[in-house]
Design a protein around this ligand. Sequence first.
Ligand code: ADP
Length: 313
Amino acid sequence: MILLNSTISPVDATVNTLRVQLLYITGIMLFLALFLALFLSKHISQPIIKINSTAKALGTGNYNVTFDETGYQEISELGHTLNYAATELSKTESLRRDLIANVSHDLRTPLTMITGYSEVMRDLPGENTPENIQIIIDEATRLTTLVNDMLDISKLQSGTQPFTRTDFDLTESIRTILQRYSKLTDYNITFRADEDVVVNADELKISQVVYNLVNNAITYTGADKVVAISQTVCDGKVRVEVRDTGEGIPEDKLKDIWDRYYKVDKAHKRAQIGTGLGLSIVKTILDMHGGAYGVQSQEGTGSVFWFELDVVQ
Ligand code: ADP
C-alpha cells in the first residue's frame, strides 16, 4: 500500500482558471453571435422587409416607387427586377391615362356629328341626301384616322411599342411608299435620289415618318399640286426633303407645329381633316432614332420638311 500526501490546491487553481476562461469565452461567443445576428438581419432581413413594404405600395397603384438595389447580389437583383417591373407598369398606366384623356377629348366631336346627322336623316323626310351621308362617312373616316394616330403616339411615347433596328434600303422604301400615291394623277409628285442608301433604323417607323410628311405636303400644297421629294447624301448622312408649294407656315408657329394636337389654322378647311398628331409622331420617331429634323417655310412660297439619318457604310 502506497500512501501519497499531496496538496490539490494547484488543481483547484487550474479548474478555477479554466472556469474563468470558459466564462470569458462564453461571453465573447454570445457577443459574436449577437453581432452576427445583427449583421445578418441588417444585410438580409432589412432589405427584404423594405422591398416588401415598397411592393405593397406598388400593389396599391403607386408606380413611382423605387426598390432598394443595395445589399447582397440576389437581393439587389430582386430590387432591380422589381424596379424594371414598376417602370413597365407605369408606362402602361400612362398609356391608359393618355388614351382615356384623348378619347374623351377628341372622339366626342365626330361622334356627335355622326349621331346628329343620322338622327336628322331618320326623323326628317328629304334629309336623306348624298351630302349628309358623305358628312357621316367623312366623320367616320376622321374617327378612324384619329384613333390610329392616337394609338400610335401613345404607344410611341410610352415606349410600349417595340423598336427594332435593321439595315434597309431607305431609297427603295420611299419609292414603295410613293407608289401608293400613283392614283393621285392630278398631283405632280416627284422623287429624286442621288443614289440608293442603306440606313440602320426601324423600317416601319421611318416609313410612317415619310408617309406623314408626304401626306401633309399633299394636303397643304398649292394650286399647282406640286410635291417634290429629294434624297441627298452628305458627310455620312442621308437627308430626305419633302417640299410643297403651299401657303407655308408663319415663322412664329414653326416651333409649335411639332406639338401634339397643334394646328396652325384650326378654321382652315384642310386643317380640319387632320388630327394635329402627324408631326408629333414624326418628331417622336426621329427622336427615338437620334435623327435630326426640321422645317424651312416661307409664307406664300411653301414649306420644306426634312430629316436626316446616318448612312450604313
Ligand atoms: P395635321 O394632321 O393637322 O396635318 P400635323 O401634326 O401633321 O397635323 O401638322 C400640324 C400642323 O402643321 C397642321 O395642322 C398644319 O397647320 C401645319 N402643317 C403641317 N405640314 C404643313 C405643310 N406642309 N404646309 C403648311 N402647313 C403645314
